[in-house]
Design a protein around this ligand. Structure first.
Ligand code: HMG
Length: 387
């Protein structure tokens, strides 16, 4: 039985900060960002947008195409949790009017949790083919001001319907994985922003790719030549380029640099202008591949998920015949196109306004919806559907 992603849709915020504006403010050469790390813009979430509202925005267009009463579970991956106990998925479950006969759980391991949620959902459907599971990966990447990570912020949520006989991609058995206790990027419970040992994190990412790839080739029996398209976790697009070059070397493949870059270019378009969305980033990259490269029918895609700390996994999937008929490309392009650019001062206002540590606060309206965080009262978050 084939199991995998039947529908996929991503959402990002209504605002962005151009890295040209950022570079001017920081007295840096714009090329350091545009060429050096391969980023052009980063999506910025206003205070009344969080992982819950972004996730509901990502999932609603999927649910609108099906009987939502059939959703048997929501696996919610994030490292920007809004509560230490309650799953963010429970808020989303309510906003989306999902059935009470549904299991909801939040998964965490840095950027890896989205891939973990997908694999858990695939296995749950294999065990019970009647299950239809909503996997959501959502994050707001936030670093301290004036740190190396600040230029690699961003936000996004990806919702995926996992079921039998999927229309987009069937996930194949045979994953390679790697876990190692390292401190390359972390966010202690008392902090709103992540801490990172930036250069070290890029080395651990590459080492983890090597280990996960070796495991993958052993368990799957597949080689580089069996895979036509590649999607990486993309903290910034240059990282994925470095990773893919390393994989080509590891696999001892002789090919032109232009071929190497073409194998990952379609998957990088959205991330370049959205920024890092941590657990969602790999799947924003997958949406980008689907939306920017045609004739993918029956091609094998290699997915590399990396979560700092660290856990990594390499796995593959086969694109299904006719997949293009169910893509939501227009919505993705429209969201990106219609964002409002921010000045650096406006970015700072949203940045500081998003640190919500108060027990009681009513938030001004920053964005039109379709979902908003209305406020926090007696330490309880309140959300609303606005359109
Ligand atoms: P930095 O140290 O400020 O930048 O930040 P740099 O000086 O190393 O420059 C970056 C690149 O731009 C270099 O190229 C420069 O040569 C080049 P490289 O040596 O890397 O090939 N450059 C220029 N190019 C053209 N024209 C110019 C110019 N100037 C410089 N004028 C750093 C880099 C990665 C440290 C920073 O972005 C950072 O701290 N990022 C956050 C951490 C991160 O994203 N790590 C990635 C791996 S870990 C991961 O992916 C997990 C994560 O998503 C979290 C999770 O799992 O939850 C982060």
């Amino acid at each position: 039985m084939k199991v995998g992603i039947d529908l996929i849709h991503f959402a990002t915020s209504d605002f962005y900060l151009g890295l040209d504006v950022f570079a001017t403010e920081k007295n840096q050469d714009f090329d350091k960002y545009l060429i050096g790390i391969g980023q052009e813009k980063m999506s910025i979430a206003p205070p009344d947008e969080d992982i819950v509202t972004l996730s509901a925005k990502a999932a609603e267009p999927i649910l609108a195409q099906m009987n939502r009463q059939m959703i048997s579970a929501v696996f919610f991956a994030t490292e920007s949790g809004v509560d230490q106990s309650k799953s963010a998925g429970a808020f989303v479950h309510s906003l989306l009017a999902l059935p009470n006969r549904c299991r909801v759980i939040e998964l965490k391991h840095a950027c890896y949790a989205g891939a973990a949620a997908l694999q858990m959902a695939v296995n749950a459907v294999k065990a019970n083919p009647n299950e239809q599971i909503l996997v959501i990966a959502a994050d707001i990447a936030r670093y301290d001001l004036d740190t190396s990570g600040e230029a690699t912020q961003g936000c996004g949520a990806v919702a995926m319907l996992i079921k039998a006989d999927p229309r987009i991609v069937a996930i194949e058995p045979g994953s390679g994985y790697h876990t190692e206790d390292v401190m390359d990027f972390w966010r202690p419970n008392h902090r709103e922003t992540a801490l990172v040992d930036g250069k070290y994190s890029t080395k651990v990412y590459l080492n983890s790719l090597k280990a996960a790839w070796q495991h993958f080739t052993e368990v799957s029996g597949r080689s580089f030549e069996d895979i036509q398209q590649f999607c990486y976790h993309i903290p910034f697009t240059k990282m994925a380029e470095k990773a893919h070059r390393q994989l080509v070397k590891l696999a001892q493949v002789e090919q032109d640099e232009s071929v190497t870059l073409a194998q990952i270019a379609p998957s990088q378009q959205y991330n370049r202008v959205v920024g890092n969305s941590y657990s969602a980033s790999l799947f924003v990259g997958f949406c980008s591949l689907l939306d920017h490269q045609s004739h993918l029918d029956n091609q094998r895609v290699g997915f590399f998920s990396y979560g700092s700390g660290c856990v990594a996994e390499f796995f593959t999937g086969i694109i299904q015949t006719g997949y293009q008929a169910v893509l939501m490309t227009a919505s993705h392009l429209q969201q990106i196109r219609e964002r409002t650019p921010l000045t650096y001062a406006q970015y700072l206002e949203l940045y500081h306004g998003s640190a919500l540590t108060q027990a009681d606060v009513t938030l001004p309206v920053y964005h039109s919806g379709p979902y908003r965080l209305v406020g926090i009262h007696e330490h309880k978050r309140h959300y609303a559907k606005t359109s």
